[in-house]
Design a protein around this ligand. Structure first.
Ligand code: ADP
Ligand code: MG
Length: 350
């Protein structure tokens, strides 16, 4: 009875367990957490030292026995125990900040579509161990499409490309299900790696991962820009071992990341080729939607549009599409339950 009453105020959660960032949405409140999916672990004692923002600050700055690990880095649950700790940390953080006497939360979690049955079960168990009363899973591209307000339940094709840190997920959705999909492990992280490689090959310059990412965000592009941008790369000279700064421009960075960008473009084209013609016609009409942080790469929409001959739109606030999609599912779970991949809801709708 009391449970039923407080159920209205229950702090049910939507969680985007991304390879780069974890976002948490609280039903009725909105986005409350947006932190990197990073965990700092002491390899000697196996102890977890920091999670999220605090752990990311340690990346590249830790002594040898402390590693900043990204448990989901390939878009799969590669390190289950650490993932569980991370989920626990985020769920408890919300629980502490809201009323902890409320019933335990129902949680909707967005996961990469490539995860295996075993990994799904592992995440469900992790969420329950972390205090969830019910853990419902949704495939990330489905959540991204819902977050981008695409009509996923209609008998019409919608296409979403979610470019995260570790994975790019391409999906065509119709009638609440994924009709054609592709997942590749080339996304934002790979572009950073390309920039590191470029600096090493061209200038004997060793760049940190953060620096490479900053350069990508500052001047990176997939398609030639109207006005060239410039930046300074700071790193260590591989020959002298001393600090070195090199000035570079957006054309150079575009060339450095071109191969990876092309791989993403190819994946989109191949998914279009596998899509039934009626749905392709719908997509031509509405356009392809881009979500995830990678959608913010300059000119990627233009590049994709030229190579697929379809209109391409960047979703509003693409970094939060997945978590907002999870949130929309929470708000209206009865009518959206068909989009979930877990059967937990059917078993116990409360
Ligand atoms: P995930 O869902 O895997 O956690 P996100 O959707 O949070 O990933 O996106 C993170 C990726 O987006 C990172 O590789 C980051 O470098 C990239 N990113 C963020 N902002 C930009 C930007 N303005 N331009 C290009 N890439 C960006
Ligand atoms: Mg994501």
């Amino acid at each position: 009875m009391l449970n039923k009453f407080f159920g209205h105020f229950s702090h049910d959660l939507g969680i985007d367990l991304g390879t780069a960032n974890t976002l948490v949405y609280v039903r009725g409140t909105g986005l409350v957490i947006n932190e990197p999916s990073v965990v700092a672990v002491n390899t000697k004692t196996k102890q977890i030292l920091e999670i999220g923002d605090a752990a990311k600050k340690m990346v590249g700055r830790t002594p040898a026995n402390i590693v900043a690990s990204r448990p989901l880095v390939d878009g799969v649950v590669s390190d289950f125990e650490v993932t569980e700790q991370m989920l626990k940390y985020f769920i408890h953080k919300v629980h502490k900040e809201t009323f902890s006497f409320l019933p335990r939360p129902r949680v909707v979690i967005g996961l990469p579509s490539g995860v295996t049955e075993v990994e799904r079960k592992a995440v469900e168990d992790a969420a329950k161990n972390a205090g969830a009363r019910q853990a419902l899973l949704i495939e990330e591209p489905m959540a991204a499409a819902i977050g981008a307000r695409l009509p996923v339940q209609e008998a019409a094709g919608s296409m979403i490309v979610d470019i995260g840190g570790g994975t790019t997920e391409v999906a065509v959705i119709s009638l609440g299900g994924i009709v054609a999909a592709r997942s590749l492990r080339i996304a934002g992280d790979e572009l950073n790696e390309d920039i590191i490689q470029f600096a090493r090959d061209e200038y004997n310059l060793l760049l940190g991962e953060r620096t490479a990412e900053d350069i990508k965000i500052a001047i990176g592009s997939a398609y030639p820009l109207e006005e060239k941008l410039e930046a300074i790369m700071r790193g260590r000279d591989l020959v002298t071992g001393l600090p070195k700064a090199i000035s570079i421009d957006s054309d150079q960075i575009r060339q450095a990341i071109q191969k990876s960008v092309n791989a993403i473009v190819e994946a989109v084209k191949m998914t279009v080729e596998e899509t039934p013609p009626e749905l392709v016609a719908d997509i031509m009409d509405k356009g392809i939607y881009l979500a995830g942080g990678g959608a913010l790469l300059r000119g990627l929409d233009k590049m994709l549009s030229l190579s697929t001959k379809m209109p391409v739109h960047v979703a509003d606030d693409p970094l939060t599409s997945v978590v907002r999609g999870c949130g929309l599912v929470l708000e209206d779970i009865d009518s959206l339950k068909e989009v979930l991949v877990s059967t937990d809801y059917e078993k116990s709708p409360k």
